[in-house]
Design a protein around this ligand. Structure first.
Ligand code: SAM
Length: 244
């Protein structure tokens, strides 16, 4: 009956039942299979630790935040653990114990930046995670470009275009920025922009990421120091502005 009435829904459910990561997500009470992408990347790079201040951008339905809470021991919080997690998403999402969730919040909005700043209360962010994405339209070049535009607004939070203006969010001197990107023709340009801001960049494709998906993860460490940042911002400014 379900097959007749809702063929695409039942096909989706069948696929989910066969997908080992969906089964595992249910077993471990993760809200999405994407938890296993972060778990795998953290197993490899070991960046999630107690005492870290973390911003999880595009956090709904919340499986990455669940992983961060577990690995950074935010719930129940160990005594002396100064770690803190803020999760931001356009969508409404259910609370996650140990995380400070900002649902119905657009990361491109200045009001949201102000709310994050208030929550941080002058603390620097150690790790910025972004699994954020629009719904892919399936055209690689459009999806690639749209996500890059969104990610530029994210890195400009901690590396503003105007070198004279203070960053909206301060990244710690040993801070990490990890973001998802739909791979495509603008990827190299985007990587070049990141290379001006971080001296170490790695590209990851975790096993839980579907082969058919163009998604890749970019893991950036060693942020440029203040002077280099200013020089990089000046260089980027001149290449990013339209030529007349
Ligand atoms: C693939 S999902 C993230 C899954 C999440 N990491 C998890 O494990 O549960 C991508 C999310 O990015 C969010 N998103 C897209 N654009 C956004 C924006 N401008 N601001 C905040 N969130 C955004 C979407 O609402 C969506 O929930």
């Amino acid at each position: 009956m379900l097959n007749v009435l809702l063929p695409s829904t039942s096909r989706y459910m069948a696929r989910q039942m066969k997908d080992p990561y969906c089964v595992l997500a249910r077993t471990h009470s993760y809200r999405a299979r994407s938890a296993f992408k972060l778990l795998e990347m953290d197993d490899k790079l070991k960046f999630l630790k107690p005492n870290k201040v973390i911003l999880d951008i595009g956090c709904a339905p919340g499986s990455w935040s669940q992983v961060v809470v577990e690995r950074c021991k935010l719930w129940p919080k160990e005594e002396g653990n100064s770690g803190y997690l803020i999760g931001v998403d356009l969508q409404h999402l259910l609370p996650i114990p140990g995380a400070d969730i900002m649902g119905e919040s657009d990361i491109t909005s200045p009001e949201v930046h102000q709310k994050i700043r208030n929550k941080l209360n002058s603390r620097k962010v150690d790790i910025i995670l972004s699994d954020m994405a629009h719904n892919p339209v399936g055209d690689t070049s459009i999806d690639n470009l749209r996500l890059i535009q969104l990610l530029r607004t994210v890195y400009r939070l901690f590396h503003p275009l105007d070198p004279a203006s203070p960053p909206s969010i301060e990244l710690a001197s040993n801070g990490i920025f990890m973001c998802k990107l739909f791979d495509g023709q603008e990827t190299q340009q985007f990587l070049n922009e990141l290379r001006q801001r971080f001296s170490k960049i790695r590209i990851l494709k975790p096993g839980a990421s579907r082969e058919s998906s163009s998604e890749i993860y970019i893991y950036c460490t060693n942020p440029a120091n203040q002077d280099n940042q200013k020089r990089a911002r000046n260089r980027t400014k001149s290449t990013e502005q339209p030529k007349h």
